[in-house]
Design a protein around this ligand. Structure first.
Ligand SMILES: Nc1nc2c(ncn2[C@@H]2O[C@H](COP(=O)(O)OP(=O)(O)OP(=O)(O)O)[C@@H](O)[C@H]2O)c(=O)[nH]1
Ligand SMILES: [Mg+2]
Length: 333
């Protein structure tokens, strides 16, 4: 069996190298993100690979395991078929590696806190989606990176919304502003030191109401902000994808799925991401502000998708015991 590793900036380029060097019969054994490059390990002798003992929990045919899992999550059939087909290119040792390979191609990952955003980030989404909690989690991550930051809320409607932001901002020692319209938002954002991370909260919106979407687009436009959709996992796939598409049409390009820890089925957020042609930003994986936001790799997402059907328990982040030290919000909640 000839084993070879290939490094390239993108998966497609790595695949092209494999094909050029080993020919069309090469089998992808593993994929790995190494810094900004993709490392792909491939082999030529397919029979030898098939004869090797499986490394994962699955004694099932890997593609069958993937198809079953996608069905369990109610992933829309055309998307499930495409993912399974793509996963076939990453045969055959573990279904997690194969599905991760497919997810990496289909769902780009662009975390907000990987490098300091050049534009203000404006979080939008349905009422209760997790926008304000996500704002606080992003601020906490920015704090860890020593980024100067400011927070602005445009939610002057919900009772307690300003106080909610104020509590988070005070704990993180981040200046916080309220803005009831585009003019005030412009003035608030102008207070930010040069190069600061600017994050904007919005009132829960109704994407079926074009007035709501126009209002969000006007707010974003007034400060050249990037709209980021926040959406709770576990929703109906059709509903999630249709609503996501409306937010995409209003100008959102990235998606923060929240409540991953409390969702049994992830088809809704996969369908939403696909329908809106979004990239995944961070994922909300617990209500904890200090630890509830994760950069979810393709492998971790594949693991989350496959776990229920492979029979393994969900590996949720455990909540810390009530008396455990909470690094950022120790005295505020
Ligand atoms: N389990 C879990 N709960 C979360 C997560 N993200 C947010 N929440 C909870 O979801 C609830 C709503 O969160 P908010 O951040 O207030 O939601 P919002 O979108 O700002 O709500 P509105 O301002 O009313 O539109 C809160 O109880 C949060 O703690 C998550 O990733 N996991
Ligand atoms: Mg809110």
């Amino acid at each position: 069996m000839r084993l070879r590793s290939f490094n390239a900036p993108t998966m497609q380029e790595a695949m092209a190298l494999v094909k050029a060097e080993l020919g069309p019969d090469a089998v992808i054994l593993s994929t790995e993100q190494v810094g900004k490059a993709v490392k792909l390990t491939a082999a030529l002798d397919r029979d030898a690979i098939l004869a090797a003992p499986p490394t994962g929990a699955a004694d099932l045919d890997p593609l069958e395991a993937i198809a079953q899992a996608l069905d369990f999550h109610r992933v829309p059939v055309p998307l499930a078929d495409r993912l399974t087909q793509l996963a076939g290119n990453f045969l055959l040792e573990s279904p997690i590696q194969a599905l991760a390979g497919a997810l990496r191609i289909r769902f780009p990952s662009q975390p907000i806190t990987e490098r300091k955003p050049l534009k203000p980030i404006m979080l939008v989404g349905l009422p209760g989606a997790g926008k304000t909690a996500t704002l606080a989690k992003l601020l906490a991550r920015a704090k860890l990176r020593d980024w100067p930051s400011i927070a602005v809320t445009c939610d002057l409607v919900k009772a307690g919304a300003v106080e909610q932001l104020g509590t988070y901002a005070k704990a993180l020692q981040v200046p916080a502003y309220r803005a009831k319209d585009a003019d005030m938002l412009r003035r608030a954002v102008a207070q930010a030191p040069a190069g600061a991370f600017v994050i904007i909260d919005t009132v829960g919106s109704n994407p079926l109401d074009s007035g709501d979407l126009h209002h969000l687009a006007a707010l974003a436009d007034s400060v050249k902000a990037e709209m980021v959709l926040v959406m709770a996992a576990g929703g109906c796939t059709v509903e999630s994808s249709e609503l996501a598409q409306l937010y995409a049409e209003a100008g959102a390009h990235r998606l923060v799925p929240t409540r991953i820890d409390a969702a049994r089925r992830l088809g809704g957020i996969l369908a939403a991401c696909e329908a809106g042609k979004f990239a995944f930003a961070e994922f909300g994986t617990s209500p904890e502000i200090a630890s509830g936001l994760e950069i979810v790799t393709a492998e971790r997402l594949a693991d989350l998708i496959l776990r229920p059907t492979l029979g393994a328990p969900r590996d949720n982040q455990p909540n810390p015991p009530a008396n455990a030290a909470r690094p950022v919000f120790g005295n505020t909640v």
